[in-house]
Design a protein around this ligand. Structure first.
Ligand code: ZN
Length: 490
């Protein structure tokens, strides 16, 4: 057995175990009996320990010095294995254990603090979490930037200075667009009562139209929609609010985008390091283009309008045009997860700047709330009314996810680039979308992005699909400005 073959065999087995751990996580959020909590956390901890030992096995270090890649996919596998190994072995076992111990405690402290609108109660937990992540970032960075090192866990081979410069170019344009839109007359929202069975029936139809393979996946209900798994077992969840059907439909389409990426990777890469989406940003590019550029387009919503009338009878909005306006309605609000396509990115930029300052030691947790409120007022035009709608709204920082937020907007930027290339490749796309036919669009994404998995680093993955053009914010900004200028007659 060659050193490379031995490495791949090891990696496949580690990934198989990681998939089992992921499926336990899926089970926990969907069908696990309530009483199983304590036992489940012991089961998960046991698996984590096995995984950690495998990922830091010194034998990997020896094999990496000997292994030679026979072809491009093998070279990419070696790149992924080497990066993970270097990262995992730089984190002292004591620090990994402290983070594992702190995370569930900090998360429940955050839940409690958010419920009580009590920033001071969460502060000691946040201080501990920031201290440990600063230390971890420094350990992984090995002399480099600690925030970049943490961000690389979600978006490898991308530096935060480039991201910051991109965001700085986008921000004034987004603020101006938001102001113009909120100054114009708002279209009426869709109102009414939409029973759960009907919503779930239509959600399944949407998943099928967008190419979700039910023989290798399933849809269940969960509090928070998510996608999990890889290869031949990729599951998604959705949720239903009887008065807000778009929540169910567009979160389903979003998760189908994530799932399509995992289901779309070439079967030959199954369970190998490149047999998965290459980064969270690349993943979000798939979920966002499915949800927004395709799902919320004028053409596709005209089909969705018909499908909703068929399922629920007459709607509160007059026609397909009014329906399109209701789907894309922009309104003031505090919550990132409820934001429209324009304001969503402003939410991300705020979090990115603050968390980068926190990890770099330029902002202390005690000053975070004040910094958040000042920035929110500047970008959104109105003050935060209470901490649960402000600095306490997201779970991420309580579980130590620093460096994750920018991947949402990177996904939007990548989606903008892919959308532009897709439109050029499929000139009659709108005619197809108006019939609810996504085959050409999803086929193009599978051919250009999904099937390669992590063969190329994230930015190269997108550039490959866009005739070599490096990803940048231009296409997304032009798309947003054109769409909302037209919709709000600016
Ligand atoms: Zn997503």
């Amino acid at each position: 057995m060659s050193a490379y073959d031995e490495l791949i065999a090891h990696a496949r087995q580690t990934e198989a175990l990681a998939q089992v751990a992921g499926r336990l996580g899926w089970d926990q959020q969907t069908v696990m009996p309530r009483g199983a909590n304590a036992q489940r956390s012991e089961e998960m901890a046991a698996l984590e320990e096995v995984l950690h030992a495998r990922r830091t096995d010194p034998r990997l270090g020896e094999l990496l010095t000997q292994a030679e890649a026979p072809d491009a996919p093998a070279a990419a596998n070696l790149r992924e294995i080497a990066r993970d190994y270097a990262r995992n072995t730089r984190v002292p076992a004591r620090l990994a254990a402290e983070l594992a111990r702190l995370t569930p405690l900090a998360q429940s402290a955050w839940e409690e603090a958010r419920r009580a609108d009590d920033v001071a109660a969460f502060l000691p937990w946040l201080e501990q979490m920031v201290a440990l992540r600063r230390e971890e970032g420094q350990a992984i960075a090995n002399g480099g930037d600690p925030y970049d090192a943490l961000m690389a866990d979600y978006e490898p081979e991308t530096d935060s200075d480039t991201v910051a410069a991109t965001f700085a170019r986008m921000r004034p344009r987004l603020v101006a667009l938001r102001e113009a839109v909120l100054g114009a007359e708002a279209p009426p929202p869709l109102t009414g009562h939409f029973p759960q069975e009907g919503q779930l029936r239509l959600a399944r139809r949407l998943a099928e139209h967008f190419g979700y393979d039910f023989t290798r996946g399933r849809i269940d209900l969960a509090v928070h929609p998510f996608s999990s798994g890889s290869g031949t077992d990729v599951r998604i969840t959705t949720r239903v609010a009887v008065e807000e059907p778009f929540n169910c439909f567009f979160s389903t389409i979003h998760e189908v985008g994530h799932a399509a990426y995992e289901q779309g990777v070439d079967a030959t890469h199954l369970l190998t390091p490149i047999g998965r989406g290459v980064s969270m940003g690349a993943h979000e590019s798939q979920s966002r283009i499915y949800e927004n550029q395709l799902g919320r387009s004028r053409a596709f919503t005209s089909w969705l309008h018909g499908a909703m009338v068929q399922e629920f009878g007459a709607l509160s909005v007059a026609d397909a045009d009014a329906f399109y306006a209701a789907v894309n309605r922009v309104h003031s609000g505090f919550i990132r997860t409820e934001a429209d396509e324009i304001q969503y990115n402003l939410h991300i930029m705020l979090r990115f700047d603050l968390e980068r300052a926190l990890i770099r030691g330029k902002l202390e947790p005690a000053d975070l709330e004040e910094a958040w409120n000042a920035r929110f007022k500047a970008d959104f035009g109105y003050p935060v009314d209470r901490p649960a709608n402000g600095v306490l709204q997201d779970v991420h920082w309580s579980v130590g996810l620093f460096g994750y937020f920018p991947t949402y907007s990177l996904g939007n930027i990548y989606a903008g680039c892919l959308h532009q290339a897709l439109r050029a490749a499929v000139p009659d796309l709108d005619a197809q979308l108006a019939k609810g036919d996504l085959a050409a669009a999803t086929g193009w994404l599978r051919e250009k992005v999904q099937r390669f998995g992590a063969l190329r680093p994230p930015r190269e993955t997108i550039a490959h699909a866009c005739d070599g053009a490096a990803p940048h914010e231009g296409p997304l900004m032009e798309y947003l400005e054109a769409k909302f200028t037209d919709l709000y007659r600016l």
